[in-house]
Structure formats: structure tokens, C-alpha cells
Design a protein around this ligand. Structure first.
Ligand SMILES: [Fe+2]
Length: 230
């Protein structure tokens, strides 16, 4: 199914220029326990700004290319900026996308088995992820999977665009820019991390994992017959 979707995208791109990116609606997250509505509304507005700026940058770059100014300093500066804005847009979508759950990792049995196999226990993995998120600075803590060998890696992404693992895919991501917590939690970043984990939608992380390793579905079915506590 994934390949059919990619083929459909490529086919449609060949037929017409891609439309501008549209901000996605995450208003269902407004009633998440622990997060204030003001914080979430502010965060949505900020995300929408990334979508808008990404579209503006793409249009401006196209305009410079069409007017023969692709070797200009302006073109180079805007080109460098595109990755930052685009990653800001996509990382927020991944972040909002893995929120809104009940925080119970039992919803991701296949992923949990892989995490436990590599880290020893869910708690050991979580401690390492939290430590990554508490690094001083602004950026993201992300659980990446290296599709080459299925390795699960907790990663620090500096700002939006530095530290990504090439060819890797993000299964879970936590925003640790100051805007994500300071308006509500002040300097208490630990409390924000706790509230984040209590709202993780592990179903989504599981789906991201299984979309990369569909053969794991077999393992999932086997696992559903057991009850495991994390
Ligand atoms: Fe953010």
C-alpha cells in the first residue's frame, strides 16, 4: 500500500505542480490533560507560521530561478533557510501526530519488544530519551529507527535541521524548544516531559514502526495473545 501511495504521488506530481502545503488541524489536542489550551493554541499558530514560510520560501526560490538569479547571494541564503523551515513544519506535524493518546506503551507491543530487546527495558529506554530531551538547548528529542538494521536511536535534533540521521525515520518526537513548555511550565522542563509522556499516542508510534517493517505484523499478532506490563 505504501508503494502504491508513493506511485500515486509521483504520478500526480508529473501531471501538475504540487499545491502549496496546508496546515493540518490538530484542534482535537486542545483537551489533552496537563496542557493548557493557551499553550496549545500558541503552538498551533507557531506551526502554521512554519507552513506559511515554507510555502513562501519555495515560491521565492522558484521566482529567482525563473528570473535567472539562481546564482545570487539571496538565492543561496534562502536555499539554506528552506531546510530549517520545512523541518520545523514536518517535526511539528510528527510531534502533534504522536500526542493525544493515553501514554500507555502497551498500545505499541511490537515497538516495545524491539525497544526492550535493545535497551533492556522500557524504563531504560525512556530514561535515555528523557535525558536526551533535557539537554540544554533548543531542539527536539527523537526516537529514530535506522531502516538498515532496525536499530532504535534516541537523537537530539538541534533547532530543526541539525542532527537528523540520514535515511532514518522518526517514530516518536518531543518538542523541547522553549515555546513548547515555558509559557505554561516555566523552567520546569521535567514537568513538561512528564506531561508529554502521559499524552503520547503509542498507537501512532507503532503504526510508524510497522509501516517500515510490515513483516513485524506477524510478530504483532503473536504478541497480542500475551499481556505485557511496561
Ligand atoms: Fe514547537
Amino acid at each position: 500500500m505504501r508503494w502504491l501511495w508513493i506511485f500515486a504521488c509521483i504520478y500526480s506530481l508529473g501531471a501538475a505542480p504540487p499545491a502549496a502545503y496546508q496546515p493540518k488541524d490538530y484542534s482535537s489536542l486542545l483537551d489533552m490533560p496537563g496542557f493548557s489550551e493557551d499553550l496549545m493554541q500558541m503552538h498551533f499558530k507557531l506551526y502554521q507560521g512554519y507552513v506559511k514560510t515554507t510555502n513562501a520560501l519555495i515560491a521565492q526560490l522558484k521566482s529567482l530561478e525563473n528570473s535567472g538569479q539562481a546564482r545570487s547571494f539571496e538565492y543561496g541564503a534562502l536555499k539554506r533557510r528552506l531546510g530549517w523551515e520545512f523541518d520545523g513544519m514536518r517535526l511539528h506535524e510528527l510531534y502533534f501526530g504522536n500526542l493525544g493518546g493515553n501514554g500507555k506503551p502497551s498500545a505499541a507491543p511490537v515497538l516495545m519488544r524491539a525497544l526492550i530487546a535493545q535497551y533492556g527495558s522500557y524504563q531504560k529506554w525512556k530514561s535515555a530519551f528523557v535525558a536526551t530531551g533535557l539537554i540544554r538547548g533548543i531542539g527536539w528529542a527523537a526516537l529514530y529507527i535506522d531502516p538498515e538494521d532496525g536499530r532504535l536511536v534516541n537523537t537530539w535534533i538541534n533547532e530543526h535541521d541539525t542532527g537528523h540521521l540520514a535515511t532514518g525515520s522518526i517514530l516518536l518526537v518531543m518538542d523541547v524548544f522553549e515555546h513548547a513548555f515555558m509559557p505554561q511550565f516555566g523552567l520546569n522542563k521535567e514537568k513538561y516531559v512528564e506531561v508529554f509522556f502521559s499524552n503520547v499516542d503509542w498507537d501512532v508510534a507503532e503504526e510508524r514502526f510497522l509501516s517500515l517493517f510490515p513483516s513485524s505484523q506477524v510478530q504483532k499478532k503473536k504478541h497480542q495473545h500475551r499481556s505485557t506490563k511496561y
